[in-house]
Design a protein around this ligand. Structure first.
Ligand SMILES: [Zn+2]
Length: 434
């Protein structure tokens, strides 16, 4: 039943936004009924993950994903499908990352370069390792001059909740600031996921690189190094080679179904197409791109003619700081007042439990009214909190009513930006339901 509950919820919501009609309306029921059946949602996702794979904005893989998105909307029968370019302020593409302990023992260490880390010198850098605790100014004070020129090891707590994950992002500036003041040559940041798992954790946003090379080191190797460093001098060799550069162009995929009598009122349904590349970007966010494509396909298959215009958007540049959606809002500034709603999904295939209203308390009642059609199947709990980590953000800043699906994050968090974010981790049942 949960499957049908969530499925009804999205389709009733979309139907209401574009038809301007209440739940129970025939179009909404037809959409929901069609989605219960077999759809190509999972085969689309498999194609994206297995044939294209990880797709960092600015790479050939991302360009292929953009072409794939265009092809999918055209195959779905949409007449108006195009790409829209925008500027990403800073290029960052990883090439290689290697690290090893050179003394007192020799062994290699599992690391992944942190996005927006500069490269080390081409031959790598070798230095003494210091245990910088949690990387606070007080931790560096204890190390005094011994931190200068050293590679700092920063230890972390295991990430268990979405709150922990946001806290990781929030402390990056303070971490980098303290490390820079201490004069360290590089930072090894302990993975917050156990069992050797590595991930791309952006260390800097806002159009600049971190002040020194930074890599995520496996949780277990970090603990090992800390124990060795407590006993005597440990030396580490680190080589990070990343392609960096200035501003460049990328593209969003925008497909449109033109409305009938309210065509100048626009509803955007979007998800981000780009991903980090250690895995294949299945949960984050391929599955929800497949979802957006499937909603477009559903309208075409059923021959539905919405009163309002629907724009289906596959944004890129999200992982670089929501650059694609910002580019959309910038490009369409003159018609932003015609945008009546924006809806996005970006928490993998977790069950939708409600929507983030993003400060729009007045949306709660109309959304609940739409959902009365499925009230017997369970309740939705909406949050009025504002979400600032995905593609709704620039719509929010522009005053457009925007909804982010509040999904169960538990199945998504362990694989977030990690090597394990691959097709088989997606819950096909919940993905279809969403
Ligand atoms: Zn995402």
């Amino acid at each position: 039943m949960q499957k049908h509950l969530s499925l009804f919820i999205l389709f009733f919501l979309v139907s209401f936004l574009v038809f301007g009609q209440s739940a129970g309306d025939d179009s909404a029921s037809r959409l929901a009924g069609r989605a219960i059946g077999n759809t190509p949602l999972m085969s689309d996702l498999q194609e994206l993950c297995d044939s294209i794979g990880g797709r960092i904005t600015g790479t050939p893989a991302c360009d292929r994903a953009i072409e794939w998105g265009v092809k999918k909307f055209k195959q779905a029968g949409l007449q108006s499908v195009d790409t829209e370019s925008y500027t990403v302020p800073l290029l960052w593409i990883p090439n290689s990352a290697e690290a090893s302990v050179t003394s007192p023992e020799k062994f290699s260490i599992r690391i992944a370069a942190a996005p927006f880390s500069p490269s080390t010198p081409s031959g790598g850098l070798e230095a003494k390792l210091v245990d910088a605790g949690e990387g606070t100014p007080e931790d560096y004070k204890k190390l005094a001059e011994s931190a200068r020129g050293a590679i700092a090891l920063i230890q972390t707590k295991e990430m268990k909740t979405l709150g922990d994950l946001f806290a990781e992002y929030m402390r990056n500036n303070a971490l980098m600031d303290a490390a820079q003041r201490a004069g360290v040559s590089a930072v090894l940041l302990q993975s917050t996921r156990p069992r050797g798992l590595l991930y791309r954790h952006p260390i800097a946003f806002g159009g600049s690189y971190s002040p020194m090379p930074v890599a995520v080191i496996s949780r277990e190797h970090a603990a090992h190094l800390a124990r060795l460093a407590a006993q005597g001098e440990v030396r580490v060799k680190l080589s990070l080679q990343n392609k960096t550069g200035g501003a460049y162009e990328s593209k969003n995929v925008i497909a449109e179904i033109r409305g009938t009598d309210k065509a100048n009122e626009i509803v955007v349904l979007g998800a981000h197409l780009d991903s980090w590349e250690l895995g294949t970007g299945a949960q984050d966010n391929g599955v929800n791109c497949a979802l957006v494509i499937d909603v477009a396909r559903a309208f075409q298959q059923l021959g539905l003619h919405p009163r309002r215009t629907i724009r289906f958007a596959l944004f890129t540049g999200e992982e670089e700081g929501m650059r694609g959606s910002a580019g959309y809002v910038h490009r369409h500034a003159a018609e932003m007042d015609n945008h009546v709603a924006m809806v996005t999904f970006d928490i993998g295939s977790g069950k939708t439990t409600g929507f983030y209203l993003n400060g729009r308390e007045e949306l709660r009642k109309p959304i609940n009214d739409i959902l009365t059609a499925v009230a017997g199947l369970g309740t939705m709990d909406h949050s009025n909190e504002g979400v600032d980590g995905t593609d709704n953000y620039d719509f929010l800043l522009s005053g457009i009513p925007n909804l982010v699906a509040n999904q169960d994050a538990a199945p998504y968090l362990p694989d977030y930006h990690a090597e394990s974010d691959v097709y088989e981790m997606v819950d096909a049942r919940e993905a279809r339901a969403n």
